[in-house]
Design a protein. Structure first.
Length: 370
């Protein structure tokens, strides 16, 4: 997938910016606070409908404006599409909610879920360190985000599972004695959708672990063994009878769940363990090792998407060279040189300029290109 051009209007500190985009490598350099990450964020927002930096979308609209807009031309599978993303306030002074609209070839999307998986893009930022070092929720979100784009009906099953989970937990807290017959209904639906989620997560983790090992060994000069393992919340011996295992463990934990008034097993309690030479990275890894592993994991995600679609995803890498030594920077650059379209930011020139072949370099200052 390639984005040919982009126009950014009143987005963060960018008043108006128009770019014809290089089909391979683009590097945005400059001091902090000048707009490098905002340009990357705008590209990402156009292609995903979400910001990778904030959940408060009002922050994306310039303070003096009532709206922000991003327009671009995307080429995917030999087809061009004109895409627009618009954020607007009806009344900013009243602290109104932000309205968001994605338009493809002049047709507005009714729901953002229609957009998930349409554009093949992988984003890396400092927030992704939390996949390695943060809570299990971050790792589940990473896996779910990938599978929602490549897994058949995965997003639907995930949404249905969480709907049923909320209803069951509410029932456990307030209505269990009044409606005891609902117990079997909730258990059956949890097992139905949960089985699909667990099966997809397990198979995806196997592929990701192999890809992560390959990418990490390429980036790291030392011989380390990195491994990603799926940790479901309940044990099972064979995937074919997974639903029966799930129902069995729901029955075993029945008394505990009634006492705690919440569901204690299921995909919402799963985790991924990421280890380096047999030790958990989140516990024993240095910050440098954790950062390199998080970058390698996002590049492995890129490879997984390519295996699914047959096309190189677009890569957005925010401050990807930070904390890497010169050798690691050169290895990363060589790896990116073999990818599709890549956009990167860096406070400085990550390598000698003569080594930055096939790269378009921009200096960003006050939200403009120089």
């Amino acid at each position: 997938m390639i984005i040919r051009d982009i126009v950014i209007t009143r987005f963060r500190n960018i008043e108006s910016l128009s770019m014809a985009l290089h089909e391979k490598l683009t590097l945005l350099t400059g001091k902090n606070g000048q707009g490098k990450s905002s340009i990357l964020e705008a590209i990402g927002f156009l292609l995903t409908g979400r910001s990778f930096r904030t959940s408060r979308e009002g922050e994306l609209i310039q303070w003096h404006s009532s709206h922000a807009r991003i327009d671009g031309m995307v080429e995917q599978r030999e087809r061009n599409a004109e895409i627009s993303a618009v954020l607007s306030y009806r009344d900013r002074s009243a602290d109104d909610t932000v309205k968001k609209q994605i338009v493809i070839d002049g047709v507005p999307l009714r729901k953002l879920s229609q957009y998930i998986g349409k554009m093949e893009v992988v984003i890396f930022s400092r927030i992704d360190l939390e996949i390695i070092a943060g809570s299990p929720q971050n790792r589940r979100h990473f896996l779910d985000h990938l599978l929602s784009r490549i897994g058949n009906q995965y997003l639907f099953s995930l949404q249905r599972y969480h709907t049923v989970l909320r209803e069951r937990n509410n029932w456990l807290r307030t209505h269990r004695k009044a409606h005891p017959a609902m117990e079997e209904v909730w258990k059956e639906q949890l097992a139905q959708y949960g089985t699909i989620i667990v099966r997809n997560r397990q198979s995806c983790a196997v592929v990701l672990s192999e890809l992560l090992s390959t990418v990490f060994s390429h980036l790291n000069k030392r011989a380390h063994q990195i491994e990603l393992t799926y940790r479901p919340s309940f044990p099972f011996t064979d995937v074919e009878n997974l639903k029966e295992h799930f129902l069995h463990h729901l029955e075993r934990t029945r008394n505990t769940e009634e006492a705690r008034k919440t569901t204690i097993i299921g995909p919402h309690r799963d985790d991924l363990s990421i280890s380096l030479d047999g030790s958990l990275l989140r516990t024993y890894g240095s910050q440098g090792q954790q950062r390199l592993a998080s970058l390698a994991l996002k590049l492995a995600e890129c490879e997984a998407m390519k295996l699914h679609s047959g096309e190189e995803p677009l890569l957005l890498l925010d401050d990807c060279f930070s904390e890497l030594d010169e050798e690691a920077r050169e290895k990363l650059w060589a790896l990116l040189d073999s990818k599709g379209q890549v956009f990167m930011t860096s406070n400085d020139m990550p390598l000698e300029e003569k080594k930055l072949h096939q790269c378009r370099i921009y200096q960003v200052k006050d939200g403009a290109l120089h």
